[in-house]
Design a protein around this ligand. Structure first.
Ligand code: 13P
Ligand code: SF4
Length: 329
């Protein structure tokens, strides 16, 4: 359970205090697109999982304040072990990570010794260490297209992203049965009603959505891909089937256009707000920068074991690995 904030912070100008601490600590604030707008607005960088990993690897800051979920902050620590990485709320987890306990994943791997493990970044460090190549939603297509068709693959933990890749690339990857509780909550019936109310409005969906949502999408891609689509589609209204906080960036970039979050089963899209991302608040970010905790700690052996699969992703995502260079790590 998340510890309640016991101090009275009501008299503080949190934005100014965060600004002061950012300079004092030589900190960089990274935020995922699913963070609350006030956090996105003060971040040094807002991005998707791949972009945030790259930023984490590149920054010269002493402290990375990661406004996202734990597996993202862990990735920052894996790539920058000498830096202090803080996560405003250590309970900011992910249902995909929870669905994939390392021991069970290990047994899954062992049952398929002729398969490589292609693993979505939304998983624990221990599962990354058991994997050959990590993918994010923005790197998955580039990476899978570099893997020879004869190579058997297990894919975890998101069965919807894995299923989408199977359909798109004609692969038969064996899928771990995890789902994102947020993308799973979109309702096809409500989406069809919304489409009927806005004829002509395209639908952009994240590949974590189940097939009955993705099948109605005009564009399927990562958060940054969806944002790019929002900037390029010719119409004036877009239906967005991913966590609705991303709409903040769309409204900043395109104030003249209308962005509508796809609804959940009750027609109300609150169930599509990621409850883990929502744990990060301005108060907790301020306290984390002030006290330098909670900090991501990782045992060095585990960190080194994760590097190979993560480095492979970073290399392959930038096209520096050739087709013949793949296989089990
Ligand atoms: P992106 O890499 O597309 O930002 O996805 C991260 C995520 O957790 C989506 O639910
Ligand atoms: Fe995990 Fe889904 Fe939240 Fe993304 S939106 S962090 S996949 S629970």
């Amino acid at each position: 359970m998340t510890a309640p904030i016991r101090e009275n912070l009501s008299g503080l100008d949190l934005r100014a205090e965060i600004e002061r601490l950012r300079k004092e600590r030589n900190a960089v604030i990274l935020a995922h697109y699913y963070q609350k707008p006030e956090i996105q607005d003060l971040a040094d960088f807002v991005g998707d999982s791949l972009e945030l990993s790259r930023k984490a690897a590149d920054t010269d800051a002493d402290v990375i304040a990661f406004c996202g979920v734990k597996f993202m902050a862990e990735t920052a620590k894996i790539l920058s072990p000498q830096k202090t990485v803080i996560l405003p709320d250590m309970d900011a987890g992910c249902s995909l990570e929870d669905s994939c306990p390392p021991e069970q994943f290990k047994r899954f791997r062992e049952a398929h010794p002729d398969h490589i493990a292609l693993t979505y970044i939304n998983c624990s460090a221990a599962v990354k260490a058991l994997s050959d190549i990590i993918v994010t939603s923005s790197s998955a297509e580039t990476i899978i297209s570099q893997i020879p068709e004869s190579q058997k693959i297990i894919f975890g933990p998101d069965r919807h992203l894995g299923g989408y890749l199977n359909r798109k690339f004609g692969r038969e990857m064996l899928l771990w049965p995890g789902v994102c509780i947020v993308h799973e909550a979109f309702s096809e019936t409500e989406l069809l009603k919304l489409k009927a109310q806005h004829p002509g409005a395209p639908v952009a969906a994240h590949p974590e959505c189940p097939p009955h949502i993705v099948d109605h999408a005009d564009y399927v891609g990562s958060t940054s891909g969806i944002l790019q689509f929002a900037k390029s589609f010719p119409g004036d209204t877009l239906i967005v089937a991913t966590e609705p906080h991303i709409i903040h960036q769309m409204e900043l970039a395109l104030p003249e256009k209308t962005f509508i979050g796809a609804p959940g089963a009750d027609g109300n899209c609150n169930c599509n707000i990621c409850p883990y991302m929502a744990l990060n608040t301005m108060e907790k970010l301020y306290l984390a920068l002030r006290d330098l905790k909670p900090q991501i700690e990782m045992e060095e052996g585990l960190r080194l074991a994760t590097r190979k699969s993560l480095d492979r992703m970073l290399e392959m995502a930038s096209g520096t690995v050739g087709k013949g260079d793949l296989g089990r790590a």
